[in-house]
Ligand binder design. Structure first.
Ligand code: GLA
Length: 393
């Protein structure tokens, strides 16, 4: 790096070609060239994606590495509209559910690929109290509030800044959520940075600050189908979740307040198990979720970012590992997909053709005194990271 710095200090990465000329005569030219190539390992490219009815221009950014991984992110909802990763034969294919137009994302969208906020998951009856003052949110998942409200972060326009160099490229999205927007107090400034590395990792860094006490629980709502065959359910995906406990829910998917042991239940994924193995079992929790739609209490909560869960598709050989510093992860098996939403190239997304691994705090935390707090005070920095790491085996 020293050589590179010496040769190109003050010169942009784009002018790498001329740099070689500048460095000619230096016996370390070869090393410089190698490093220059390294700066191009992950590229980022912006294209116009569409315009909202209000006239807002939406862009799409493609992050692409040299290991066959490509991620498309649109500034509407911070949505991952496409994610391509290689299978065991080296063939790069689509692994997330998505639409092929802005119009479709703006219609009914069950959060395909979207950023979720200000509060991911449910808040009972849409009510919570801070410093003795009760706040009311829209009831968009009767009788509860879900995923930040009808006009949550998944439906807003984010501004974007690119950063690249070395073996990764990032897209830093920003959104300022106004005081009382969707019923939440405080002006909340949010940054979400997506980083693609040349090691086939997609990092998601969430940051937020507020000017008034509020609640925050941000997550990412991609639906994965690692087989890339979206006509097939994800029931044969092998799932691992590093969690000894579950957050059981009532009939409206609000936590009961207890945390229960997963041992001898369909919720024990401590050893890899195909997700379909017990999904139809006669189990009270599965009945309530219509399948898996639950938050697990992740182990090792004091360890910062650590392994949380994985999904593996034996057919394609694709393995997705999820690392996070969050206390919980929601596994949602696409139970509400019902064949009404269009696939990118014809056909419709049928029941359970995608699964979500949403890292987060437990649902309804603002109303559950024994759950880790989701309160953010002025002067504090909300900062959390999740990594989606892809490989084959
Ligand atoms: C979340 C919820 C589910 C469902 C989906 C979107 O994962 O937990 O119940 O609402 O979003 O359909």
């Amino acid at each position: 790096m020293n050589v590179l710095k010496r040769c190109i200090y003050g010169v942009s990465i784009i002018s790498l070609a001329s740099m070689n000329v500048q460095c000619k005569g230096d016996k370390k030219v070869e090393e410089t060239t190698k490093e220059a190539k390294a700066t191009e390992m992950v590229t980022i490219e912006k294209t116009a994606y569409g315009t909202t009815p209000k006239g807002e221009k939406i862009d799409s950014y493609k992050l692409k590495n040299q290991k066959g991984m490509e991620v498309d992110i649109i500034t509407y909802g911070g949505i991952i509209s496409s994610l391509k990763v290689p299978n065991k034969a080296g063939k790069s294919e689509e692994v997330v559910i998505g639409f092929n137009s802005l119009e479709q994302y703006m219609k009914a969208n069950p959060y395909f690929g979207a950023l979720i906020g200000r509060y991911g998951n449910r808040i009972a009856k849409g009510k919570f109290t801070l410093d003795g003052k009760e706040y009311s949110l829209a009831i968009n998942n009767t009788p509860n509030a879900l995923h930040g409200g009808p006009e949550g972060f998944h439906r807003v326009v984010w501004t974007a800044a690119e950063a690249k160099g070395g073996d990764s490229a990032s897209l830093k999205l920003k959104y300022v959520s106004k005081d009382m927007e969707e019923g939440y107090p405080g002006n909340l400034t949010v940054f979400v940075t997506y980083t693609l590395t040349n090691e086939n990792s997609l990092d998601v860094l969430y940051e937020a600050t507020t000017d008034k006490k509020t609640i925050v629980n941000l997550t990412q709502h991609s639906y994965f189908n690692l087989s890339s065959d979206f006509s097939k359910p994800i029931l044969d995906h092998e799932i691992t979740i590093d969690a000894d406990k579950l957050v059981p829910v009532d009939a409206t998917l609000i936590p009961t307040g207890k945390l229960t042991d997963v041992t001898n239940t369909p919720f024990d994924f401590r050893k890899p198990k195909v997700v379909g193995a017990a999904i139809e079992a006669k189990d009270d929790q599965l009945k309530k979720g219509l399948g898996y739609d639950h938050c697990w209490v992740l182990n090792n909560q004091d360890k910062g970012e650590r392994f949380a869960a994985s999904a593996y598709d034996a057919g394609s050989g694709r393995l997705l590992e999820v690392y996070t510093d969050q206390p919980g992860i929601q596994l949602y098996t696409g139970n509400f997909l019902d064949g009404t939403l269009p696939m990118r190239n014809g056909g419709t997304y049928a029941h359970r053709t995608g699964l979500c691994l949403e890292t987060q705090h437990y649902p309804d935390s603002p109303n559950q005194k024994d759950f880790p707090s989701t309160v953010l005070n002025p002067g504090e920095n909300y900062k959390t990271k999740t990594t989606f790491k892809f490989s084959v085996k």
